[in-house]
Design a binder for this molecule. Structure first.
Ligand code: GLC
Length: 526
């Protein structure tokens, strides 16, 4: 059994990719004023989702080689997104609605256009040289090891001027900071305090696995998959000092009242609690939790969801906050990954599992990936068609020419706006948005779903289910992962269906219930 104990348990976080939420200044790219304009949709208005927390992907000064994940000034806003005053206004308006604000923080790397790197690359004896990771070439001029960047190709970039390579685990315009250097640790802590002092509620911390390298800097292993050789990233991340560095960051957060951070941790073994428990045990769990990406990575199979969810919730300890993550700006949209019907069932899991629920903007509309024509591709990590652009298309608010996102042609094409937009889905009773609104209301108002104890239950193999219970209220959640009708039987079950992903003839449940193909149900017990 799992019992909720963290203050954020039961709440809902909504991720905003600022380029794509709402463009207020008419340049085709979303901005901070656009987010402020749409806050009523998120919380406190007449037509609100009423989520509790937002996380805004980077809006800091940046040459945008990785759309803001290449930061050239941690303590300022890029003019594309607005000004610091625009952010302060956003924060004030969010707080006035009872909405908490997490901002993205990118500690592993800066932009190559950050002042720190400009100094570091200027000469070998510059005081900031050691803020980044420099190595000599091998005898034949090749990079110091075979490490690969996440975006493809060698992770080492040759600098002619000073005759050394620098390390970039991502884009060549994102040089890795040298976390072994205490000055780097202090500079990052200062940048975090800048925002915490301003009153933000915490951070989503980017790509933390890469902060610590294996000190051997040894070659990574070469593996074979589908008959092709590839180099597996091993030694360039998850190094022995990772939790020292993360604890330093967590200490900064913990030195303020009621702040929190969620870290983007990539585990070598993601189905196994063993990977996560280090994050909970070695970092102050009151202020830090790792995303659990299993719902994104696992195949859509009942047995997999059952084992990873039950196993995870058995493994966490009192005070830990589970953060199951079904979607984000780096992954194919849920409905494209698993199917449109399946996405309705996934919504039920997303909002009835314990912990801090995560939604990515547009999940509530059932947005699907939009294929991006080759000549319009924006993402630097564009290995597949469009890279990550397909899941970053503008939020469609209405059926006007540019979907109410902008008055001009947006930076990425919109999806099929006649099908999916906030205005028309809000009115349609069986739309994805209506389903999400029902689920969000239940998560807030039904004590069992909000913070109730979680217990695994026995189900037919194609069904994943559990109960949540608080005081006298118990609900059973059942999700049919298959395309067949399946009967669930439990002699003690007597109650009423309070939510179904598909329309049903009857709501009463007595000892048995038939689940339709890909259907998910919430049954409240009497
Ligand atoms: C994280 C971000 C991703 C970014 C990368 C480099 O994985 O989520 O969008 O490209 O880090 O900062």
């Amino acid at each position: 059994m799992y019992t909720a104990s963290h203050p954020l348990d039961g709440k809902v976080l909504y991720q905003i990719y600022p380029r794509s939420f709402r463009d207020e200044n008419g340049d085709g790219v979303g901005d901070l004023k656009g987010i402020t304009r749409k806050l009523d949709y998120l919380r406190g208005g007449d037509k609100s989702l009423n989520v509790d927390v937002i996380w805004i992907s980077p809006f800091f000064t940046s040459p945008m080689a990785d759309f803001g994940y290449d930061v050239s000034d941690y303590c300022d806003v890029d003019p594309l997104f607005g000004t610091l005053d625009d952010f302060k206004e956003l924060l004030k308006e969010a707080h006035a609605r009872g909405l908490e604000v997490l901002i993205d923080f990118v500690p592993n790397h800066t932009s190559d256009e950050h002042e720190w790197f400009k100094e570091a690359r200027a000469s070998r004896d510059n005081p900031k040289r050691d803020w980044y990771i420099w190595r000599d070439a091998r005898a034949d001029g090749s990079p110091p090891n075979n490490w690969q960047s996440v975006f493809g190709g060698s992770a080492w970039q040759w600098e002619e001027a000073t005759g050394q390579y620098y390390l970039h685990s991502f884009h060549a315009k994102q040089p890795d900071l040298n976390w072994e250097n205490p000055e780097v640790q202090q500079a990052i802590a200062e940048a975090m305090r800048f925002w915490l002092d301003m009153g933000i509620d915490g951070f989503r911390v980017d790509a933390v696995s890469w902060m610590a390298k294996d000190p051997s800097y040894g070659d990574d292993p070469i593996r074979i998959a589908d008959g092709k050789e590839y180099i597996e990233q091993v030694y360039g991340k998850n190094g022995p000092r990772l939790f020292d560095y993360l604890s330093m960051i967590a200490d900064v957060v913990a030195s303020y009242e009621k702040k929190f951070m969620v870290v983007e941790a990539w585990l070598p073994e993601w189905t196994n609690m063993a990977g996560y428990d280090e994050y909970y045990r070695k970092i102050n769990a009151a202020v830090c939790a790792p995303f659990n990406f299993s719902p994104i990575l696992a195949p859509w199979e009942a047995s997999r969801f059952k084992s990873m969810t039950d196993g995870f919730l058995e493994g966490v300890e009192p005070g830990d906050l589970p953060v199951f993550c079904f979607s984000n700006h780096d992954q194919s949209r849920i409905a494209s990954r698993i199917g449109v019907d399946e996405a309705r069932a996934a919504a039920v899991l997303q909002l009835t599992l314990p912990g801090l629920a995560i939604m990515y903007y547009g999940d509530e509309l059932g947005m699907i990936d939009r294929a991006i024509p080759r000549d319009q591709v924006q993402d630097p990590a564009n290995g597949g068609l469009g890279g990550r652009d397909p899941e970053r298309t503008p939020m469609p608010w209405d059926d006007s020419q540019f979907g109410g996102f902008s008055e001009v042609k947006p930076w990425l094409p919109l999806g099929d706006i006649s099908m999916e937009n906030v205005a028309n889905q809000w009115e349609r009773p069986h739309s994805m948005l209506s389903l999400y609104r029902e689920l969000l209301n239940l998560r807030r108002d039904n004590p069992a779903i909000h913070k109730g104890d979680y217990r695994p239950i026995r189900t037919p193999s194609q069904v994943f289910g559990y109960t949540r219970q608080s005081g006298g209220v118990t609900v059973t959640v059942l999700v049919n992962f298959s395309a067949e009708f399946i009967t669930y039987e439990d002699a003690d079950l007597s109650g009423e269906v309070i939510l179904a992903t598909h329309s049903r003839d009857t709501d009463g449940v007595h000892a048995r219930i038939e689940l339709g193909p890909r259907e998910a149900l919430i049954i409240e017990h009497r």
